[in-house]
Ligand binder design. Structure first.
Ligand code: HEC
Ligand code: HEC
Length: 351
């Protein structure tokens, strides 16, 4: 799923309109916290950098968030009324589509890329493996209009919601008008997506001196810092740059070059976040690796001298013990509070 370069201008416009960032974060706590049934606040985890998205034009409210949450799990967003965002982004799998290399869209056809785990989206400067979407407020347009995903157009979606018995009143409560506009639709989804904060894995607690890693995890972390962290950086585990990590001599998927049209970007992909990575099998843009062991084997022996290979990469030749330690370290990024948080779950399913 990705926008053709021609669409970028719309996104640029929205980006520019995002304006300057002035915001009081409220009290600083370390996890997602929904202050109670009435109110809701976005709290930057103390060990995270400043987020990219600041709600400046879209003040976060309980009603706006709940509407976005309902819409995320709403199959009416698709042409056949069967596929919701949650169909390809399962909370229990860190909001990935665990076990599927390519997700299945409305026409029972596989998509173009592997469905990634979603977390900490308010910190993303760009979305998709090629960075083809550059603002969280327009992000839903890509899957909705993608013929291999929801294959619907926005006007149809808005019309279906307008005719629904519940939605007009929910939009009224959230945005003060029961006439459903694309702006309010996108704002509510942006509110939900921004609240998808994963910041309470063992790795997070370790970064805050609240947990200690086992000796094997610690060894894995030392290897990770030396070999991986210049790309999978910091608490977000990504520097959000576009790199080629040596998968194919010539990548079938042009990656970043789909957007920039530059040969030097061919086969480069956004460095993915590794949050909840143990839950988001299979791996890479095309889901080619079934397990974390296979991923580590790739970095250890499989890196090829590909077109545009990142200059920092060459086969890393880990011992078997080092490979196992790295896998153990990666599992410390699993955040069960996040994958089980009832506030992020499908509101139509009673738990
Ligand atoms: C048919 C499966 C499918 C559906 C439905 C779907 N997605 Fe996705 N989603 C994907 C795939 C595949 C990608 C990766 C696309 C790419 O990188 O080009 C993705 C990427 C994303 C990303 C970017 C993640 C990143 O790492 O940059 C976000 C955010 C997202 N989806 C949110 C949504 C929302 C919101 C909806 C509903 C409006 C939705 N998705 C519906 C499969 C799906
Ligand atoms: C030069 C930058 C770079 C370095 C160094 C690097 N990676 Fe990556 N990594 C990437 C890119 C880019 C991708 C996405 C490639 C794709 O989607 O095809 C990726 C993908 C991954 C994935 C798959 C994530 C998913 O959800 O599909 C894992 C796991 C991973 N890397 C772990 C590691 C580990 C462990 C190391 C160190 C041993 C490492 N990486 C070193 C750039 C890097």
């Amino acid at each position: 799923m990705s926008f053709a370069p021609g669409h970028i201008t719309i996104q640029r416009y929205l980006l520019l309109s995002a304006g300057i960032f002035i915001m009081a974060w409220g009290c600083k706590k370390d996890q997602i916290s929904f202050a109670g049934p009435e109110t809701i606040t976005f709290q930057k985890p103390a060990h995270f950098p400043e987020p990219v998205y600041n709600f400046e034009n879209n003040p976060l409210t309980r009603e706006g968030f709940e509407l976005g949450r309902k819409l995320f799990y709403e199959p009416l967003l698709s042409a056949n009324g069967k596929v919701s965002c949650g169909s390809c982004h399962h909370q229990s799998a860190g909001f990935s589509d665990q076990g599927k290399a390519f997700s299945i869209g409305v026409d029972n056809r596989p998509g173009m890329r592997n469905s990634p785990a979603l977390a900490n989206l308010a910190w993303y400067p760009a979305f998709m493996a090629d960075g083809g979407v550059n603002h969280i407020e327009v992000m839903p347009l890509a899957p909705i209009t993608d013929t291999l995903e929801m294959h619907e157009d926005l006007a149809q979606v808005l019309q279906k919601l307008q005719q629904h018995p519940d939605y007009p009143a929910l939009f009224e409560k959230a945005f003060g008008s029961d006439s459903i506009t694309s702006k309010h639709f996108l704002y509510s989804l942006a509110q939900f997506m921004s609240m998808m904060v994963s910041a309470n894995s063992k790795f997070d607690r370790f970064l805050q001196d609240k947990a200690i890693l086992s000796p094997a995890e610690q060894r894995g972390y030392e290897l990770f810092k030396i070999n991986c962290a210049h790309c999978h950086t910091g608490a977000l585990t990504s520097d959000f740059s576009y790199r080629n990590n040596g998968l194919d001599i010539y990548s079938e998927d042009a990656g970043r070059a789909r957007i920039t049209l530059k040969e030097e970007d061919h086969g480069k992909f956004k460095v993915p976040s590794l949050r909840n990575v143990a839950l988001s099998t299979p791996y890479m843009h095309d889901g080619r690796f079934e397990s974390l062991q296979e991923v580590i084997n790739h970095y250890s022996e499989g890196i090829q001298a590909t077109t545009n290979l990142d200059p920092s990469l060459a086969p890393m030749h880990f011992s078997e013990e080092e490979k196992a330690d790295l896998v153990l370290f990666l599992t410390t990024l699993t955040d069960e509070e996040y994958t089980q948080h009832t506030e992020l779950s499908d509101p139509s399913v009673l738990r």
